[in-house]
Structures are given as C-alpha cells and as structure tokens.
Design a binder for this molecule. Structure first.
Ligand SMILES: *Cc1c(COP(=O)(O)O)cnc(C)c1O
Length: 399
C-alpha cells in the first residue's frame, strides 16, 4: 500500500484530516512519517540538464537553500491547502510576513487602507515605513463593512483586514469589505492569526493574501518564531517575487516545529477555545471587570458576524477592568499563579498581559480602565478560573 500523502488523495478532506495528512510524503523520505529537517545552502546537481531543471520556479527542490528545502515545501503546501489558497511562502516571523506581503503589492503613489484595530507593529510599519516611501496610509473603522467604499480610491492598492482585531477583538465583515475593495482592483490582505485556517477560511470571504503568525497556534509551544503568507492565483506571482527579491527564508528547525504543531492543532485549539470562553464567561460576572472583549460571548457586539463567519474561537481575548489604580493592578498580577506575564500567545501555557491603550485614529478607544489581554492555555479550566477570580478578588484590598 502506498503511504498516504495528501497530494495523492483526490477526495475533499475536512480540515482535521488535512492537518494529519497534508505535506507528508514518507515514500520520499525513507518511509519516515515526518518530513525530516533538511539543512542546507548548496543543492548539488549531477549534470547540466538537472541543474537547469532545478531552476524552474515550480521545482519542489529549488536550486538553493534560501528558496527552501523539502521541509519548507512540506509546511508551505500543508498551509496553502488548509487556508484554501493557491500557494504559501514562509517568513522568519509573523510580522515579517505582514510587512513583506504589504511591500510585495505596493509602490510609490499607491494608497493603502488598514483596519484601525490592526496589530500594533503592522500599524507602525505602515505609518513609519510605507509613508516614508510615498505610499498614502489610511485607517478604516473596523465596523465599516461595505461603508469602506467611501474611503476607496482609484489608487487603493491594498486593504488590510484583521478579524477579530488585536487588542479590541472587533469582528469585521470581511466579505463585504473585500467585495468593495475588488471594485477598485485592490488586493485584500488578512491577518488570520487569531482564528487560524481551522476557524476562518479567508479565501471563501474574498481575501487574496492570508497571513499567519505561525509563532502562535501553529507552532503552539512558544518555542519558535515563524510567519507565512498564502495567496490566491492572482496575488501569488507578486508575493513570491518580492519574498525572493527581499531574500526571505526561514530556518529548517523552526519549519519542522511548525509542521509538528500543525498535526495537533485541532485538538489544542478546541481546548484553548473552550477554556477561553469559560474564563470569559466567569470574568464577565466579576464586579471589577468592566467588559470582556470576546466575540463568542452572545453579548459581544461582534457576536453575530462571528457566528456567521467563524467555525470556532481560539483562546485569546481581553478584559477591561474598572478604572483601578496601579496598586490594585500590581496586586492582581502578583496574585496570579497560573498566568505568566509575557508577549506572544498560542502556546500551551496561559498568559495575562497588561496592554497599553491601543492607538486609534478612526474609531476612538471606548474603554477607560486597564486593558488585560488573556491567553487561555491548556490547563484545567476550573483551575484557570479559580486563579483569575482569586487575583481579581485580591485587587479589592488595594482600591
Ligand atoms: C504576534 C502577532 C503577529 C506577529 O508575529 P511574530 O511572529 O511575533 O512576528 C502578527 N499578527 C498578530 C495578530 C499577532 O498576534
């Protein structure tokens, strides 16, 4: 029997099945279940014809390590299949995937629109670097939907969405935004890190380039940094060209860890999602919590759109506290035992992060009290809830 390789399976597969089978080709790797870590810069050819054939763009072995190895191709093909796109390409971090995907599409004189709720460093890149290159950068209301039409110009080249948005968790009507953007021929780019390709299928909603900070749920164990962008056929040639021209590449060990992470993504995400929602519901009841920002809560303003477009929730959300002072906030973090204070998310462990007030230029930040971003890890949900409620109770002594 032929060892299963997803490229050999013609039937349409569910995402959970793809996670297990995509990007595997054990026959080519001595029967090994997993694609090995291929290290290398030089790739030898044994004759002139082979050398020339290696240089064709679709050769999976490429001609030089910078363009990727079988480890790279295994991850890229698995991700492209999961996202439902044409092809994917890797970057050394999630932010690098965002910035280089933008650079791949724009030129001087173009206009770029980004959601006001976009990931802070993506926003900073647009305002600080793109602007300097003669590109007009503007932000749009995450709630705009089809109203984004009013901000589109004939030279709008990219519309960048992120749903739900970083820090605010506002859900966007991606399909409505994409339909308008395509009327002026703009490329719709999405940061799909929160939902992963399991819970949001970007290309079914009109997205042209979908970006993953694989650092988060795909790697899943807080031990590697990696980014990826998946494009449809329209956007792929420009994306690939620019990634190569910029010299983008990613290390084989990180790619291996990302491939390994993919295999268990669906079971991890289910637990992250369940823990996150249970925690959000419990926090909502606490008198010192002003608001919980989580689109899977029925009371959340983005809930209807989330239900329409997403097939699940991951474990990242935020809460806004009542306007308490620094001593109370310090006491809260002091009492937490199971939540670490730290950047990133998507690993197996729980995190609580004090966030600065997000920069907003279109729809002002509506909340007053301290903002805390929470990542629900894979611990027992009861333990997580008890730990955080205990820390909130501890604040009362310092008000
Ligand atoms: C973390 C993150 C990124 C950046 O990923 P890195 O691998 O840390 O560079 C991009 N977008 C979102 C939404 C993120 O949360």
């Amino acid at each position: 029997m032929q060892a299963p390789s997803s490229t050999a399976i013609d039937r349409p597969l569910q995402s959970e099945t793809m996670l297990v089978h995509a990007g595997r080709d054990s026959v080519s790797h001595g029967g090994m279940v997993n694609t090995p870590v291929f290290r290398g810069s030089t790739i030898l050819s044994s004759n002139l014809d082979e050398w020339e054939s290696r240089k064709t763009p679709d050769n999976p072995m490429a001609s030089y390590g910078r363009f990727g190895t079988p480890t790279t191709r295994a991850f890229e093909s698995a991700l492209a299949q999961l996202e439902g796109g044409h092809r994917a390409i890797v970057f050394p971090s999630g932010l690098s995937a965002c910035t280089h995907s933008l650079m791949a599409m724009v030129g001087s004189g173009d206009h770029v629109l980004l959601s006001d709720s976009v990931y802070g460093p993506t926003r900073a890149f647009a305002t600080q670097v793109l602007s300097r290159l003669g590109i007009a950068v503007e932000f749009f209301d995450p709630h705009a939907g089809a109203q984004i039409r009013q901000q589109l110009r004939p030279n709008t080249r990219v519309v960048f969405v992120e749903s739900p948005g970083s820090a605010s968790f506002e859900v966007q009507d991606v399909a409505a935004i994409a339909a308008q953007a395509h009327r002026v021929d703009a490329i719709v780019m999405m940061d799909n890190t929160w939902a992963t390709p399991l819970y949001f299928k970007p290309f079914e909603h009109g997205v042209d380039v979908s970006i993953q900070a694989a650092t988060k749920y795909i790697v899943g164990h807080s031990d590697a940094l990696l980014g990826a962008a998946t494009a449809n056929e329209r956007a792929w040639p420009l994306l690939q060209r620019a990634a190569h021209d910029f010299g983008q590449t990613a290390g084989p060990d990180d790619l291996y860890l990302a491939l390994r992470g993919l295999r268990s993504l669906s079971v991890r995400l289910r637990q992250h999602g369940a823990n996150g929602l249970a925690l959000a519901e419990a926090l909502q009841q606490h008198p010192l919590v002003a608001q919980v920002l989580h689109p899977a809560l029925p009371t959340d303003p983005g809930h209807a759109l989330w239900r329409r477009d997403f097939s699940g929730a991951s474990g990242l959300f935020a809460m806004v506290l009542q306007p308490v002072g620094r001593p109370a906030l310090r006491a809260f973090f002091e009492r937490l035992e199971l939540f670490g204070i730290g950047l990133s998310w998507g690993g197996y462990e729980s995190l609580a992060l004090p966030m600065d007030r997000p920069t907003r230029t279109v729809r002002p930040w509506a909340h007053e009290g301290p903002l805390i971003r929470i990542h629900a890890g894979l611990e027992s949900c009861d333990d997580l809830i008890r730990d955080m409620l205990n820390a909130l109770d501890g604040m009362a002594l310092h008000l």
